[in-house]
Write a protein of this length. Structure first.
Length: 108
């Protein structure tokens, strides 16, 4: 599912950005406060968690997916694609199957 993959990619990027910022500023005269790392970690957890919820079709995944997709507004073409995918019947059915006790996950 492209929506889950997009959220997962953002989560990995947030985690990598926090780690790389720490790594590259160890010997530099610049210093980030602890809040910067907490923010990067929280973003990573939010986006990776949302990706997992959407991937497995868990109930709250659709709402969190819409919340997380607000970040994509900065990229209008990509934002339009993600929101169009979230409006499809297939996306809604992905979460409905899970509630009905059916198999969840892409392609099931």
């Amino acid at each position: 599912m492209l929506v889950a993959q997009a959220h997962g990619a953002v989560g990995v990027a947030a985690a990598a950005a926090g780690g790389l910022a720490h790594l590259f500023t160890l010997a530099a005269p610049i210093e980030f406060g602890s809040r910067a790392y907490v923010f990067a970690g929280a973003m990573a957890v939010l986006y990776l968690g949302t990706a997992a919820l959407v991937w497995f079709g868990v109930r709250g995944g659709a709402g969190l997916s819409r919340l997380c997709a607000l970040l994509y507004v900065l990229r209008p073409r990509f934002c339009g694609l993600v929101f169009d995918l979230m409006r499809t019947e297939e996306f809604r059915a992905h979460f409905a199957r899970r509630r009905d006790g059916g198999a969840a996950g892409p392609g099931r």
